[in-house]
Design a protein around this ligand. Sequence first.
Ligand SMILES: NC(=O)C1=CN([C@@H]2O[C@H](COP(=O)(O)OP(=O)(O)OC[C@H]3O[C@@H](n4cnc5c(N)ncnc54)[C@H](OP(=O)(O)O)[C@@H]3O)[C@@H](O)[C@H]2O)C=CC1
Ligand SMILES: CC(C)(CO)C(=O)C(=O)O
Length: 311
Amino acid sequence: MKVAVYGAGGVGGYVGGRLAQAGAEVHLIARGTHLDALREAGLRVESVEGDFAVDLPATDDPAEIGPCDYVLFTVKSFDTEAAARNLAPLVGEDTAVVSLQNGVDNESVLADEVGAEHVMGGVAYVFSTIGEPGVIEHTGGPTSFTIGELDGSRSERAERLAKWFERADGMDVELSESVRTEIWEKAAFICAQAGMTAAVRLPLGEIRRHEESWSMYRRLFEEVCEVGRAAGTDLTEETVEEWMAFAEGLEGDAYSSLHYDLTHGKRMELEGLHGAIIRRAREHDIAVPMNEAVYAILTPWAARNAQSDED
Ligand SMILES: NC(=O)C1=CN([C@@H]2O[C@H](COP(=O)(O)OP(=O)(O)OC[C@H]3O[C@@H](n4cnc5c(N)ncnc54)[C@H](OP(=O)(O)O)[C@@H]3O)[C@@H](O)[C@H]2O)C=CC1
Ligand SMILES: CC(C)(CO)C(=O)C(=O)O
C-alpha cells in the first residue's frame, strides 16, 4: 500500500509512523524546520505506548511522490483549501483521500478539488503533537480511528485501509457505515472538549469537577448535535449520553489540540470548529449560545496567534 500523509504533524506523523512500522510504503508531506528534521534524522515518535523511529521519504512537493493508493489528509483545517489545491499529483484513478481532521467542512473542500468519488471520511482520537521538529509526542488518549465511505457503502478500498490500520501497533480502527454521523459526533465532542479546555485553560478533570463548567461542556455538545441533526445526520439524545460517559472516562489531565495551539502561540482552528457550527446554526435558525460564548472568548486569542504566526 502506497500512502502519502499530507501534513505529517501530530496526527499525520503518528499514523504515518505506525503504518510504516506495519510495512506500508509511507511518504510524508511536511514543511519548514519539521521537514528539514524529517529529512535529516527521520521521524521519531515518543509515545506513551513506547517510542519508535522510522526513516521515511519526506517532501513538500507532492509531484515527487506521484499517485498513491491513499492520501491521509491531516493538515489543520485553516490549511485545508491551500493543501487541497496541491493534491492533484497524488491522485490517480483509484486514489482515496481520507481526512482525519476535526471539523465538518473538510470533506466538501476536498471533493471540490479532487472529485467526490475520491473522498472518504475519517475521524481520529489521539492526543499527539509535534514536540520538536522531526519528533511527534503522543501523550495519550484512545488512539482510535474511524473510517468509511461518505455514502455509507461498504467498499474494498475502505476495508483494505482498515486492515492496514488494524495491522499497525498502537491504533484501533472502526470501519463505519455512518461516517458522516461519526464526523459530526467528533465535531460535537471537540467543540466541547477543545472549547472548554481552551476557554477555561484547565484540563478536563477540573472542568468535570464543577457543575457549572461540566454543564456548559454538555450544552456545547448538545448544541452541535442539534445542528448536526438539521444537517441530516442521526444524532440522538442517546448520543449525548454516550459521549458524556466517554468524556467522564477520559484522563483528568486531557486537554486538546486547540488548547495546545492557544498556549503555544500557534494558529488556532477556531473558525473550522466553533465558527463552522455557528454559521451552520444560523442557516438552520438554531440557537447555539454556548458555542457563541466560546467563539467570542477565543476570537481575540485566535487573532493574536494568527498575527504572531505571520510575524
Ligand atoms: N493533535 C491531535 O491530537 C488531534 C488533532 N486532530 C485534528 O487533526 C488535524 C491535524 O492536527 P495536528 O496533527 O494536531 O496538526 P499539526 O499542526 O501538528 O500538523 C499539521 C502539519 O501539516 C503541515 N502543513 C500544513 N499545510 C501544509 C502544506 N501545504 N504542505 C506541507 N505541510 C503542511 C503543518 O506545517 P506548519 O506547522 O508549518 O503549519 C504541520 O506540520 C486538525 O484538524 C486537528 O484538529 C484530530 C484528533 C487529534
Ligand atoms: C479528541 C482530541 C481532544 C484528541 O483526540 C482532539 O481531537 C484534539 O485534541 O484535537
